[in-house]
Write a protein that binds this ligand. Structure first.
Ligand code: SAM
Length: 233
């Protein structure tokens, strides 16, 4: 199989919906124009970027893919000032909200990427990420749309490459068919050990979770499920 890393002309199937939304407020536009360029991850040649170099304090690196309105990203970054957080979100309104959170909380441990997380992942060096959050990714519930779901075999291969041994991945969804599919794909990969020991481990939100407005809408067809994995070599 040819990977995107080998042939950059191959465009991956788009996993997100809209990038633009309602007009931004004056402050949000100002942050997009002036703060985002300073915080944008310098995505470049494949496999070369060590994200530790992006943060003033050397600690673990955490990636949130599709942070939506940024509530989870900002609160986790507030709680762990020595962890470097990289947030990816192509939707400009969500990015603007995250920038407000960064500024309001004077966070120095957040860097951002307003585009497809898979391009950023391709630029990262091997084994450099210690934790990844994929929370309520776009569900694409209709059968013909399911190929647009983020959790695909090539995505998991890329995710596994950038994660350190023993690193943590959290996946959550409230769409039953996505829960089944994602769990099967993580298991089929073989490099992600599911941590659940009892039903309550995946049926209840983990104690360190930060709920979001999107999650509260309960747009799916099942109760949320929470799959925590550990990366194994
Ligand atoms: C349904 S929303 C959930 C947002 C947030 N995680 C939450 O729980 O509130 C999923 C988000 O993932 C983003 N997304 C989808 N595909 C993405 C990708 N390839 N890279 C980065 N973000 C992506 C979408 O733009 C959208 O905002």
């Amino acid at each position: 199989m040819t990977s995107r890393k080998q042939d950059p002309s191959i465009r991956p199937i788009r996993t997100f919906g809209r990038k633009g939304g309602r007009p931004l407020s004056g402050r949000q536009q100002e942050l997009i124009d002036n703060l985002l360029p300073r915080l944008t991850v310098p995505v470049g040649a494949a496999g070369l970027l060590d994200p530790h170099s992006l943060f003033p304090v050397q600690g673990p690196v955490c990636l949130e893919i599709g942070f939506g309105g940024g509530e989870h990203l900002i609160e986790q970054a507030r709680r762990a000032p020595t962890t470097g957080f990289i947030g990816c979100e192509p939707f400009i309104e969500g990015m603007a909200k995250a920038l407000v959170g960064v500024e309001d909380n004077s966070l120095t441990n957040v860097r951002l990427w307003m585009d497809d997380a898979r391009a950023l992942m391709d630029s990262l060096s091997d084994g450099c990420v210690d934790q990844v959050f994929i929370l309520f990714p776009d569900p694409w519930p209709k059968k013909r749309q399911q190929k647009r779901r983020l959790v695909q075999p090539d995505f998991l291969q890329s995710l596994h490459r950038i994660m350190s041994p023993g690193a943590k991945v959290r996946f959550a969804t409230d769409v039953a068919s996505y829960a089944d599919e994602a769990l099967a794909r993580f298991r089929d990969h073989g490099g992600f050990a599911w941590q659940a020991e009892r039903a309550s481990d995946w049926r209840s939100a983990p104690s360190d979770h930060v709920p979001t407005r999107y999650e509260a809408k309960r747009l799916g067809d099942c109760e949320p499920v929470w799959f925590d994995f550990r990366v194994q070599p």
